[in-house]
Design a protein around this ligand. Structure first.
Ligand code: PMT
Length: 395
């Protein structure tokens, strides 16, 4: 599973640092290349030479070392990494990562990483259970870090409780399990739409909705990390392009329609997550409209992109249903009316899930009658769950 992968191992200053040496050996045996980055505190527990001997690579800990003066080392290491693991992860480093602090070689490198990052906490029970640490771990989870559980047992401080670093064999198993998922969209082309559309009223005004694009971008990011070739057709949003996806920016529903029709035949899977405007002004005024006591704008229905895709279906077709009531009934109606293979229904009546939130909660209904429900979670985690459901159906 890890053959040929580059693993960046961050070692921070805790007694469990000695166990990280074993993890390096296991990663090497599994076929991975390993670069070890140590904090200063970690070098007090275990000598860098131990990790250099096991990894067969120079250990890095000094942000300002100029061994390769042509390379910005923390960026080079971040770009090289397919997987990053912080083991042991102290409360201090966890807090820095949660705040985006980059004040040493490890935190700077991790901030530049775009690969999956695993965190193996290790500390005293009271420190682990402290609300500050728990909140920081939750922040990291919400941002897509994979936070491994801390084990229970006798700790170096003499106390017994939660806070032991997961054993290297279990860390390796978790990393391998996550890597397994990566390949299930290998060779698949996935077309995803995201964000709102803007329907122009005049040169400065438009009709739109509250979609932030987060759900669609999370799907694109998850699909890329599982090996898919992703085409992302996006309305105007304030998000970074997911690394590895091809982005096709559009403004209006009509532009989105044209772009999707142009790309649809290349796709094996299409997921329509965009909140496409259902209506657009019949005319867009040539000049900025002057203020009047009352304004009537005539609207016309936009073309339903999803329904059009359903007419001559070639790809596996999934749509979203954004509802404020009768979620299941309306979603199932869209599933059959638009000839879809899957519909992902989300309740958009509250501020905590749905539009413009980091979180969502979804119910998935398939053409062959299956239903599965996922409670409130980050959009990135749900994106993976949605793709797992799609993967079950496309073989
Ligand atoms: O962007 P976020 O802030 O992260 O919010 C995510 C989301 C709530 C926008 C997303 O999860 C979602 O529900 N997207 C679909 C929104 C929507 O337009 O739902 P709908 O029930 O009105 O439309 C049903 C389906 O038809 C959707 O797949 C939609 O993309 C599609 N449609 C709608 C109108 C139209 N003219 N053409 C379409 O293809």
């Amino acid at each position: 599973m890890l053959d040929g992968k580059n693993v960046l191992l961050g070692v921070t200053g805790g007694i469990a640092a000695y166990k990280a040496a074993n993890l390096v050996s296991m990663l090497k045996k599994a076929g991975a290349g390993v670069d070890v980055v140590m904090t200063d505190a970690a070098t007090r527990f275990v000598a860098p030479l131990t990790f250099e001997t096991l990894s067969k690579n120079a250990v890095v800990s000094d942000l300002f070392s100029r061994e390769k003066p042509w390379e910005v080392e923390h960026i080079a290491l971040a770009q090289k990494a397919d997987i990053a693991i912080v083991a042991p992860a102290t409360a201090n480093t966890i807090a820095k990562l949660a705040c985006g602090i980059a004040d040493n070689m490890l935190t700077t490198t991790l901030l530049a990483c775009t690969c999956p990052v695993f965190i193996a906490p290790a500390m005293n029970t009271a420190m682990y259970e402290n609300i500050a640490t728990q909140v920081n771990l939750q922040i990291l989870k919400d941002r897509g870090y994979i936070v491994l559980p801390a084990g229970d047992g006798e700790l170096a401080c003499g106390q017994t409780g939660a806070g032991r670093m997961l054993e290297p064999v279990d860390i390796l198993a978790a990393v391998e399990e996550a890597s397994k998922k990566k390949a299930d969209f290998e060779g698949k082309k996935v077309l995803i739409t995201a964000g709102p559309t803007r329907e122009a009223i005049d040169p400065v005004r438009y009709l739109t909705n509250r979609s932030s694009g987060r759900m669609g971008y999370a799907l694109a990011d998850a699909a890329v990390s599982r090996g898919a070739d992703v085409m992302l057709v996006s309305g105007p949003v304030a998000l970074e392009k997911p690394c590895g996806a091809s982005l096709y920016p559009v403004q209006s529903a009509a532009e989105m329609y044209d772009r999707v029709m142009e790309l649809k035949d290349k796709a094996d899977v299409i997921v329509m997550c965009a909140a496409v405007a259902d209506y657009a002004p019949v005319d867009c005024a040539e000049h900025k409209m002057k203020k009047q006591d009352a304004l009537v704008i005539e609207l016309t229905k936009t073309k339903d992109i999803l329904a059009e895709l359903g007419k001559n279906k070639r790809a596996y077709l999934a749509g979203f249903a954004a509802e404020t009531q009768n979620l299941e009934g309306y979603a199932k109606d869209k599933l059959s009316r638009k000839n879809l293979d899957m519909i992902i229904a989300n309740d958009v009546s509250g501020p905590e899930t749905g539009f413009d939130s980091e979180y969502n909660a979804v119910s998935i209904y398939t053409r062959d009658g299956n239903a599965v429900h996922f409670a409130k979670d980050t959009k990135r985690n749900l994106a993976d769950r949605i793709l797992t459901e799609i993967a079950k159906n496309i073989g």
